[in-house]
Design a protein around this ligand. Structure first.
Ligand code: FAD
Length: 404
């Protein structure tokens, strides 16, 4: 993002009433001030943009400041300093963070390697695990990643081949995790390994693993298509993990990991739609400013219709996201709806980015333009955290399940 600045606060696309609580509105105002003031200045000073990430010490500075301002741990349970936010408020706050266009967006709440990675586990953790792993993450001292995927266990997450074999008071873990977000700068991992004595059986157990312990290394030589290097492989070779690091009950790891999958699927939507808003805003501004044939290209009906379709589809996706958040807050399981939201928001956000590139013409395909980055970034969400096909499977399963 070399040519576009994120400050000052962009004007809203439409005048709509805010749908969250007063507390969420106040938090969003304070977070925007943080993002567009202090963090924007930090990004400029250190040359950080979406594709030129910050190093660990700079990230830690961001996490610490966010924690001091009361943002970093807000998604944790109340007992750990969290705000007990409704899902609707959480979604709206996250959407606003991503709509700011800041390259530090994934670090304000600590989604990549902070409290949201451990929030659900806090209820399962022993007092020792809380003190050893979760509190340091909540206090922005340590970073943590979530390691489930392997090269042979992607959509079929239960096919994990990494093995944890009991040896006295320890487990000895061997295997390789693939595509683990935040692993290149994480201290710990919540890692899923098979504890089945028969490798053909599926019995997956969750462990806290210290990534600095002997027998573990992170290989992070690859970049995603969005140009980022946040993702790495965790290689475990005879890595000894104390049995005190086992989370919950043996064999319950996948249930633990997938326990909040419905909410987690929904919670990816505000990131996509926040970024799609940035794309729409950039396309609108470019259409007003770029002149061809003696007039602004925004005067051509073809361009107007593209903008209208982008805005309409964005509103529809937002309505699905917010409606699903309300259903979950009202106590519904909303399994199909959360998958519909993940499917529809990710596909819609990508179409919006595609049209934004089209409206920018040649400028839109020059590397370094924000729309070009958004196009690549938004393409990824159709694969991450359950591909579009896997979401369709969930929706169809719910639709076809026999009803009482
Ligand atoms: C940038 C990035 C960050 C990630 N971060 C993490 C992380 O932090 N932690 C973690 O554990 N994982 C992470 N992942 C892994 C991610 O969740 C998987 O990539 C994703 O679930 C898909 O798995 P796969 O890549 O193995 O694709 P595959 O499962 O091999 O799928 C390939 C294709 O087959 C289709 N397919 C597979 N099964 C079915 C089916 N039953 N029905 C219909 N179609 C099917 C898929 O939809 C897809 O089109 C990350 C991945 C990326 C790229």
């Amino acid at each position: 993002m070399k040519t576009d600045s994120i400050s000052p606060l962009p004007a809203p696309l439409f005048d709509l009433p805010f749908e969250g609580s007063e507390r969420a509105a106040e938090l969003i105002a304070r977070i925007n001030e943080f993002l567009l003031g202090e963090l924007d200045a930090l990004a400029r000073t250190h040359g950080v943009d979406h594709e030129h990430g910050a190093d660990r010490s700079l990230l830690q500075q961001v996490w610490k400041r966010s924690q001091a301002l009361g943002f970093y741990g807000m998604t944790l349970p109340q007992a750990m300093g969290g705000l007990d936010l409704s899902v609707l408020d959480h979604v709206l706050i996250k959407e606003a963070i991503y709509a700011s266009g800041s390259p530090f967006a994934p670090h304000v709440l600590g989604e990549l390697s902070g409290p949201p990675r451990v929030g659900a586990l806090a209820r399962q953790a022993t007092p020792w695990q809380l003190q050893q792993f979760i509190t340091p993450v909540a206090q922005a001292e340590k970073a943590i990643c979530f390691a489930l995927t392997e090269s042979e266990a992607g959509s079929d997450a239960g096919a994990v081949q990494t093995r944890a074999v009991r040896d006295g008071d320890d487990f000895v873990i061997d295997g390789r995790k693939r595509f683990i977000s935040g692993s290149p700068f994480a201290d710990y991992a919540v890692l899923m390994a098979s504890t089945a004595s028969d490798p053909a059986q599926r019995e997956i157990t969750a462990f806290f693993v210290d990534l600095k312990s002997p027998g573990v290394r992170v290989e992070s030589g690859y970049k995603t298509m969005a140009g980022q290097s946040h993702t790495g492989d965790i290689v475990l070779e005879s890595c000894r993990v104390p049995s005190a690091n086992l989370i919950g009950a043996p064999g319950r790891g996948l249930a633990l990991a997938l326990g909040r999958i419905t909410v987690n699927r929904l919670l990816h939507c505000p990131a996509m739609l926040g970024l799609a808003q940035v794309a729409l805003r950039d396309a609108r501004d470019y259409a007003l400013q770029r002149r061809q044939f003696g007039r602004a290209i925004g005067e051509f009906q073809a361009i107007q219709h593209m903008l209208a379709d982008m805005a309409t589809e964005l509103s529809a996706a937002r309505a699905l996201m917010l409606g699903t958040a309300r259903q979950i807050d009202a106590g519904s399981e909303a399994r199909a709806e959360a998958s519909m939201a993940k499917l529809f928001c990710s596909e819609t956000a990508f179409r919006i980015a595609d049209r934004a590139v089209q409206i920018h013409g040649g400028e839109g395909i020059v590397q370094g333009r924000r729309v070009e980055f958004l196009f690549r970034m938004l393409r990824m969400y159709r694969v991450l955290t359950g591909t579009s096909e896997i979401q369709r499977n969930t929706i169809a399963r719910e639709l076809l399940a026999p009803r009482a």
